[in-house]
Design a protein around this ligand. Sequence first.
Ligand code: KIV
Length: 274
Amino acid sequence: MTIIESLKQRKVTTRTLQEMKEAKKKITSLTAYDALTARILDEAGIDMLLVGDSLGNVVQGHETTIPVTIDEIIYHTKAVIRGVKRSLVVADMPFMSYQVDAKEAFRNAGRLLKEAGAEAIKLEGATSNVLDSVYNMTNSGIPVLGHLGLTPQSIHKFGSYKVRGKDEEESEAIQQAAKNLEQAGACAIVLEKIPATLAATISKELSIPTIGIGAGVGCDGQILVYSDMLGLTVDFNPRFVRKYMTMYENMLSATKNYIDDIEQEQFPNEQESY
Ligand code: KIV
């Protein structure tokens, strides 16, 4: 069995992500928020499932990820864990669950592992508070993924979801932040919506894996929001999303057929009755 075949079979841990980078096997990742979906994505062989705070948009219908709470992430992470056998399950730390101080961040991260069963956590940015948190958590056995580039929790600071790191100053700041996160002990970094050349440079410079979303093919892995990938979201069409099916249309027409069948007394039939 080759290293890559063995990596594809084993339960994924944060250590496995590192082995994947070293073996040049791309890390595959999607978000998940419930057991049913997690089970399918896991069975398909996805390496990592992120219980992202994007559940604020996808599940709760909010405009931003800001309203999501730590208790909601715990609830959804518990559900995802029940659906998974092989994937690494990472839980997002929502807005204001880690920004106040490193102590509170530490306690909340602990809840994600202890109460929810997450195997790693993710937080956005690389401020000195965040770096302290990464250092403390890593040294206490809580693996941490960083998140740089477009950081949706800072939407009100930036005012838009446009590409980050296009000018030299911001590009250098992101590169430095990535190095700082690695030094603080992060086990991987999500790079969101930055130029492909910048993401490729960071991926080469770091020894830990990078996982891109809108950051080009040079990252060590890729992640998408699962409902975008399946075409369940119709009114969100950034160029970095590739839709692998048209689930919105399929669900719509199946539901219309169901309604017609009931109204025309075609459902249930004899076989479907007792
Ligand atoms: O919350 C989320 O889904 C994320 C991914 C987009 C990386 O952070």
